[in-house]
Design a binder for this molecule. Structure first.
Ligand SMILES: *[C@@H]1O[C@H](CO)[C@@H](O)[C@H](O)[C@H]1NC(C)=O
Ligand SMILES: *[C@@H]1O[C@H](CO)[C@@H](O)[C@H](O)[C@H]1NC(C)=O
Length: 167
């Protein structure tokens, strides 16, 4: 291949890599889990206050909530819903950068959306996602970690079996 074409390809690759990097820096990222917290990310869910048939009830209803304007972060909300408010709630949801909603169930009227629908950065940490306008970044207590342990155990058992037969 002529050298000029090689150089062109190389610079195109570099330009592409750079644009990918800058996109990553400006878009807030989803926090999947926090070390030491029992909650794991459960998806982006629709707020139900204006969904017809939901009667104005919230997606995460019947629990408690707090608004920390200028300060809200995912770890603060998970700590609040995880016992900081006396009760440990199964679900913690961040909405509109600064709201934290805790509940034992998600309303049947709420729908899981594409992750990208939750697109507002946390007031207290601009690099992370805290829901969106009428959308909640929802975290669920426990279950995902349990599923992951079961899965890891299965993988370890499988690898063990393969090694046993090979050696
Ligand atoms: C999400 O909620 C809005 C109202 O806030 C509604 O118009 C929309 O249809 C809902 N989307 C889904 C997928 O349920
Ligand atoms: C923002 O969140 C990221 C990801 O969880 C974390 O690594 C970083 O330390 C946080 N920054 C602040 C200022 O809390």
């Amino acid at each position: 291949m002529p050298r000029a074409i090689l150089l062109l390809l190389l610079s195109l690759t570099l330009a592409l890599a750079q644009s990918t990097t800058s996109t990553t820096l400006t878009t807030p990222t989803i926090v999947q889990s926090i070390p030491g917290s029992k909650y794991t990310y459960f998806g982006c869910w629709n707020e139900t206050t204006s969904v017809s048939g939901a009667g104005g009830v919230r997606a995460l209803d019947g629990g408690t909530s707090e608004v920390l304007q200028g300060q809200m972060t995912v770890p603060l909300c998970l700590a609040f819903c995880g016992g900081g408010s006396a009760t440990q709630y199964k679900y913690a949801g961040l909405e509109f950068s600064r709201e934290c909603w805790c509940a034992q169930h998600i309303s049947g009227a709420s729908a899981r959306l594409d992750d990208g629908a939750c697109d507002t950065a946390c007031d207290g940490n601009g690099t992370t996602v805290c829901g969106g306008s009428l959308k909640l970044s929802v975290y669920q207590l426990g279950s995902s970690a349990a599923v992951r342990i079961t899965y890891m155990t299965a993988v370890i058992a499988l690898v063990g079996t393969i090694l046993f037969h090979l050696l």
